[in-house]
Ligand binder design. Structure first.
Ligand code: GTP
Ligand code: MG
Length: 135
């Protein structure tokens, strides 16, 4: 079945939300097939965020992702790529709907980077590319 790459970003790990986020993924009925906590390397982040290189938020985003450990997971299930993005909510946690991870647990901290707790792949091609970066 389909699979996606989920990252719990440093804000989620630091705030002790790893269990709550994984709980929501499991409660939805998806299967976590690989799971690890790690400190991301600059090389992993350059590859992961290559599409954003040159944008004003790129360096703050990379610095944020290097600021503490992340949790990486491979999550499987029918329609999981779009399904997880639906669970996560909109990119900006201020706009994300209640009921979503970002809407319920995230907010604007007034910083250059959006600390929005999670990453989820946005297509089959992205998922396979990103899984190869993190696993
Ligand atoms: P991911 O699941 O993390 O990839 O989020 P996304 O797909 O909702 O957003 P996108 O891939 O467009 O951007 C990646 C990350 O860059 C986001 O999760 C944010 O942390 C950050 N980001 C994206 N757009 C902006 C922006 O306009 N301003 C700021 N400050 N950060 C942004
Ligand atoms: Mg994205």
């Amino acid at each position: 079945s389909e699979r996606t790459l989920v990252l719990i970003k440093p804000d989620g790990v630091e705030r002790g939300l790893t269990g709550e986020i994984l709980r929501r993924i499991e409660a939805k009925g998806y299967t976590i097939t690989e799971l690890k906590q790690l400190s991301a390397s600059p090389e992993q982040l350059a590859a992961h965020y290559a599409e954003h290189e040159g944008k004003p938020f790129y360096q703050p985003l990379v610095d944020f992702m290097l600021s503490g450990p992340v949790v990486a997971a491979i999550v499987e299930g029918h329609g999981v790529i779009n399904g997880f993005r639906s669970l996560a909510g909109q990119t900006d946690p201020t706009s994300a709907a209640p009921g979503t991870i970002r809407g319920d647990l995230g907010r604007d901290w007034g910083e250059k980077v959006q600390k929005n707790l999670v990453h989820g792949s946005d297509s089959v091609e992205s998922a396979e590319r990103e899984i190869a970066i993190w696993f």
